[in-house]
Design a protein around this ligand. Structure first.
Ligand code: HEM
Length: 217
C-alpha cells in the first residue's frame, strides 16, 4: 500500500464545516416544521440557528468553488471526454457497486490526485454541488427575507412554490446523505475514505511495490 495526497486542506475544511452544518440545518429545519410534535428548542432559536448556519454554509460553499475554480485540481470534476470510454467506465462502476462488490472484487477505479473520482462520483458530486446546493441556498435566501427578494419569489410563483422547492431539496439531501454515508464505507477498509477526508491521504494499492520482500506474493 502507498499513500497519495488526495484531499487538499481547503477541500477538507469546506467538507467538514459543510457536513456539520448540514446536520444542524436538517435538525433545526425539522424543529421549525414539526414544532407541534416536539419542542426541543423554541421556534425563534430554531429559526435563528437555521439562518445563521445557512449563511455560514453559503460562504463556505465559495471556499469549495474558489478552490476548484482557481487551481488545477478542477480535473477531478471533469468527466472523460471520450464518450464511449465514459459510458464503459460508468457501466464498469455500476456493475461493481451492483454486485461485484458482494463477490469480493476490488474497486475498478484507482484514484490519483488529479482523477480521484470514478465517473459516477463525478456525475453525482457535480449535480449536488452545482445544482442541488445552489438551489437550496437560493431558495433559503429568498425565504429568509421574502420582502427584499419579492421580485424573485414572485417570478418563481410565490412563497408556497419557493417553500416547496426548499422542502423537496431537503428530502433530496436527506436521501443523498444516506447514500453518501453508505458509499464512503466502501474503501479498502470501513473507515479508509473517512480517514482520507480527515488527513488528506488515501491508501491505495501499488501492486505490492511497497511491501516487504516477505510480504510479496
Ligand atoms: C456526516 C456527514 C458526512 C460524512 C461523514 C461525509 C464523508 C465524506 C467522505 C469520507 C468523503 C470522501 C469520499 C469520496 O471521495 O467520495 C466525502 C466527499 C464528499 N462529500 Fe461528504 N460527508 C458528509 C456529508 C456531506 C454533505 C452534507 C455533502 C453535500 C451536501 C457532502 C458532499 C461531499 C462532496 C461534494 C464530496 C467530494 C468532495 C471533493 O473532494 O471535492 N458530504 N464525504
Amino acid at each position: 500500500m502507498k499513500q497519495i495526497y488526495i484531499h487538499p486542506l481547503p477541500v477538507r475544511i469546506w467538507h467538514w464545516i459543510n457536513a456539520l452544518g448540514f446536520l444542524v440545518l436538517i435538525a433545526s429545519g425539522l424543529q421549525i416544521r414539526y414544532l407541534e410534535i416536539a419542542e426541543v428548542v423554541s421556534f425563534k432559536t430554531a429559526v435563528d440557528v437555521h439562518n445563521w448556519i445557512g449563511f455560514v454554509l453559503i460562504a463556505n460553499y465559495f471556499l469549495w468553488l474558489g478552490f476548484y475554480m482557481f487551481t488545477d485540481k478542477i480535473t477531478v470534476y471533469l468527466p472523460e471526454m471520450n464518450s464511449e470510454k465514459y459510458f464503459k467506465d460508468s457501466w464498469r462502476q455500476i456493475k461493481f457497486y451492483g454486485y461485484e462488490i458482494f463477490l469480493g472484487k476490488v474497486n475498478p477505479h484507482h484514484p490519483t490526485p488529479y482523477h480521484k473520482f470514478n465517473p459516477l462520483q463525478i456525475m453525482m458530486y457535480q449535480i449536488v454541488m452545482l445544482l442541488f446546493v445552489p438551489i437550496q441556498f437560493l431558495s433559503g435566501l429568498f425565504l429568509w427575507d421574502v420582502k427584499q427578494f419579492a421580485f424573485w419569489v414572485d417570478l418563481l410563483g410565490g412563497i408556497r412554490i419557493v417553500d416547496t422547492i426548499h422542502v423537496v431539496m431537503f428530502i433530496v439531501f436527506s436521501g443523498f446523505l444516506v447514500m453518501h454515508l453508505y458509499l464512503i464505507t466502501l474503501g479498502h477498509t470501513r473507515f479508509a475514505h473517512i480517514k482520507a477526508m480527515l488527513t488528506g491521504y488515501e491508501e491505495v494499492d501499488d501492486g505490492g511495490k511497497h511491501a516487504q520482500p516477505s510480504e510479496k506474493k
